[in-house]
Design a protein. Structure first.
Length: 77
């Protein structure tokens, strides 16, 4: 979770915004990373952040964890 939002909600929101703007998210992130890398004093933190977001959008959503259940106690016979 990121704050009160789940990662799947953040991912869906980003993809929706890119679709609304008519952008291909992967191309846009690659272009932004390229611009930062070519700048006079590239900020490594910004570059790494954009790479992490780009990679997060490319990855498939996880299936989620199964809810753990308490083992049943054996009843006395």
């Amino acid at each position: 979770m990121i704050g009160k939002k789940h990662l799947r909600d953040v991912r869906a929101g980003l993809l929706e915004e890119c679709a609304r703007a008519g952008l291909d998210p992967m191309r846009w992130f690659d272009a932004q990373i390229g611009k930062l890398e070519l700048s006079r004093s590239p900020n490594e933190t910004e570059i790494e952040t954009l790479k992490l977001i780009r990679d997060g959008l490319q990855s498939k959503p996880s299936a989620g964890k199964r809810k753990r259940t308490r083992p049943r106690s054996r009843s006395a016979r």
